[in-house]
Design a protein around this ligand. Structure first.
Ligand code: RRO
Length: 309
């Protein structure tokens, strides 16, 4: 038997696969469906203080290489998720609450009430690219540090950070130092590659409405960026801070690559939206076949073992 369970910050996950925040996880029905699915956890949509409709549609577009979105944080507001969490925990898998905010002062307010509802872990989203007029916090090390230091005392469950993609080792290092000072228990990377543009050649238009068509890229085309970030932070922390690898996973081989780079678990966004909840069973079967073929019995055995030349 191949063991696909994993542990992140002391919390056991029956399977290493889960939804990326944002994918099929806004409403109670969607979250319950994740509970009944093959997913190893239930991850909520990033939440704000007040409920939000999000940006105008069309705001998600799938294409052969992946997806572009500018959802604009549609969510039920943190009070609704705080009420739902005890119920969601009955599915027997960890619940991860994703905390966001429209301004930095929102994060500790949301975190305190969500923490009281006792999700198994809390993920602080520093990387939403789609709030018109607001830059991604994760690209500003000083603001990131202030947000994390204000939020940390409000959280007693394991606290993680959802990071944007970084594109230069200097930025990995600066952010690594910030994270090292803030008492972070796990990391999740990457959020979508922000502010891409996809063109509809036929109609000579952009494909989503908000922000003149600019939006976060996900799916197949972002895998090398995701792998590079997983690897960079795995090495920076010498494997001591568990990493959830997110970005570009379509097949079991993509999962295996994330694990080789250092991921302890993986999340799927675009492929989950495109394929539905059955994707978890497919990826599980595909990863199992790869591990068996290579003679590994668990993901622990190969995590971080990428060889350099
Ligand atoms: O809701 C969104 O537009 C969104 C968020 Br909060 C995020 O973190 N990442 C993303 O691609 N979209």
């Amino acid at each position: 038997m191949i063991d696909l369970s994993t542990t992140i910050a002391g919390v056991r996950f029956p399977s290493c696969f889960m939804n990326a925040s944002g994918a099929l996880c806004v409403t109670q029905d969607e979250l319950e469906a994740l509970g009944k699915s093959g997913a190893g956890a239930i991850v909520t949509k990033s939440m704000t203080v007040e409920p939000r409709q999000g940006n105008p549609v069309p705001r998600y577009h799938g294409f052969p290489g992946g997806s572009i979105n500018s959802m604009g944080l549609p969510n039920l507001g943190y009070r609704a998720y705080a009420e739902m969490i005890p119920h969601l925990k009955r599915f027997g898998k960890p619940v991860i609450a994703s905390v966001a905010g429209l301004g930095e002062e929102d994060f500790p307010i949301i975190a305190e009430v969500i923490n009281a509802a006792q999700p198994d872990l809390i993920e602080v989203n520093l990387s939403c690219p789609n709030i018109p007029g607001k830059p991604q916090i994760g690209y500003d090390p000083e603001t990131s540090e202030r947000v994390l230091k204000n939020v940390r005392p409000k959280i007693s469950v394991p606290m993680g950070v959802k990071l944007p993609p970084y594109f230069d080792p200097a930025h990995h290092e600066i952010m690594g130092k910030v994270l090292g000072r803030c008492g972070v228990d796990f990391l999740n990377m990457i959020n979508s590659v922000g502010n891409g543009l996809v063109v509809d050649l036929e109609r000579e238009t952009v494909v989503i409405k908000p922000k003149g068509g600019f939006g976060g890229l996900g799916g197949r085309l972002i895998k090398p960026v995701a792998l590079a970030n997983v690897r960079a932070f795995y090495k920076l922390f010498a494997g001591k801070i568990p990493i959830i690898g997110t970005g570009g996973i379509v097949e079991g081989s993509d999962v295996f690559e994330h694990i080789l780079c250092g991921a302890s678990a993986i999340q799927v966004g675009t492929v989950l939206v495109e394929e539905g909840l059955e994707v978890f069973d497919r990826l599980e079967a595909e990863l199992t076949a790869i591990l068996m073929g290579k003679g590994y019995r668990s993901i622990q055995e190969c995590r971080g073992r990428l060889q350099e030349l």
